[in-house]
Design a binder for this molecule. Structure first.
Ligand SMILES: Cc1ncc(COP(=O)(O)O)c(C=O)c1O
Length: 330
């Protein structure tokens, strides 16, 4: 018998495919193996479906979210989209604040699910009273019967990945992984998966991918364009002890890699571009028996007007021509 309404969709969160990515790097037969976890195949289009669903169901169990309630969250997009989808499926009102640099496609997606969206100023710090975090908190404080998942501080965020994504990955790869590469935003993904993986095999090296302009990776943090990654809130959800190396990535490298990869047949978002940029840089350190797993958090479809339009990425026609040439020549 079919599952009742909303559960049928929500039960499809997770269990995403793990595919061989060696074709992207033109690797020789005896080179290392790169595998990509296609998280954009989740029902809401990104890895954030997993933690959002886990946090909402935990809040329901604990009576923090009751029928007729409102979900409020500050999100650079995907966490908000996951919550908007879950709210629509479960019958909750959803209010999301986003920073101005969020792609117009993501804002439109939030609205399409029926969420109320507040687009806030891009600020250099989250403590700024006009940052999307401060605005979300202000809305939450004025709302009765509301729940704020607060992904940066909610320990259920990494727990979602520790309990689901980590074991799922381990089973798929039959324990044969040597390297794990993941973007870092709220750090739920990397901390939860790394904890599970290191418990299975402490020798697995964990590589975190951050924005070069984030609070964590820069002495002078400033706003950046690569959505999804960038550690601007340092909380216990960042398990620094489990991450062997943190790689800061510039917007241009993330964007250009996403574009190169699209020409090879995988349309991914810029955070995946950043992850694959790091994977490519690690190539020379890997041996033929190494297996590196890359988390590919979302699709490029949400960034067509930004990452995949020349004007957004290049300073002048000369740079466009150089890039087009490099794509053709590999
Ligand atoms: C596209 C994308 N990549 C990576 C991440 C990072 O995931 P996490 O917040 O679990 O660190 C996010 C989080 O929003 C994201 O949206």
């Amino acid at each position: 018998m079919a599952e009742p309404s909303s559960n049928a969709v929500l039960s499809q969160v997770g269990n995403t495919p793990l595919v061989n990515l060696n074709f992207l790097f033109d690797l020789p037969e005896n080179g290392p193996t790169f595998l990509g976890k296609l998280e954009y195949l989740n029902p809401g289009g990104s890895i954030k479906d997993r933690a959002a669903l886990y946090m909402i169901e935990d809040a329901e169990k604990r009576g923090l979210l009751r029928p007729g309630g409102t979900i409020i969250e500050a999100s650079s997009g995907n966490q908000g989209i996951a919550l908007a989808m879950i709210g629509a499926l479960k019958g909750y009102k959803v209010i999301i604040t986003v920073p101005k640099h969020t792609s117009s496609e993501k804002v439109a997606t939030l609205r399409a699910y029926g969420a109320e969206v507040h687009v806030c100023r891009d600020t250099d710090t989250l403590e700024h009273p006009e940052s999307y975090h401060s605005v979300a908190r202000g809305i939450f404080e004025k709302h009765a019967n509301a729940f704020m998942p607060n992904q940066y501080f909610n320990t259920k965020n990494p727990e979602a990945h520790y309990r689901t994504t980590g074991p799922e990955l381990w089973k798929q790869i039959e324990g044969k992984m040597t390297h794990f590469i993941s973007g870092m935003g709220s750090c739920g993904t990397i901390s939860g998966i790394a904890q599970y993986l290191k418990e299975q095999n402490p020798k697995i090296t964990v590589h975190g991918v951050d924005s070069a302009n984030s609070l964590l990776s820069s002495d002078e943090p400033k706003s950046y364009e690569t959505e999804g990654i960038g550690v601007d809130v340092i909380s216990e959800n960042l398990r620094r002890d489990l991450i062997d190396e943190i790689h800061p990535v510039e917007d241009r490298d993330a964007f250009q890699t996403a574009r190169r990869i699209a020409h090879k047949g995988l349309l991914l978002g810029p955070s995946s571009g950043a992850v694959l940029h790091v994977a490519h840089n690690l190539l020379s350190q890997l041996t033929s028996s190494d297996i590196a797993v890359c988390i590919l958090a979302d699709s490029g479809r949400a960034y067509l007007g930004k990452v995949f339009s020349n004007n957004a990425l290049f300073r002048n026609d000369e740079e466009v021509a150089l890039f087009e040439k490099s794509v053709v020549n590999g």
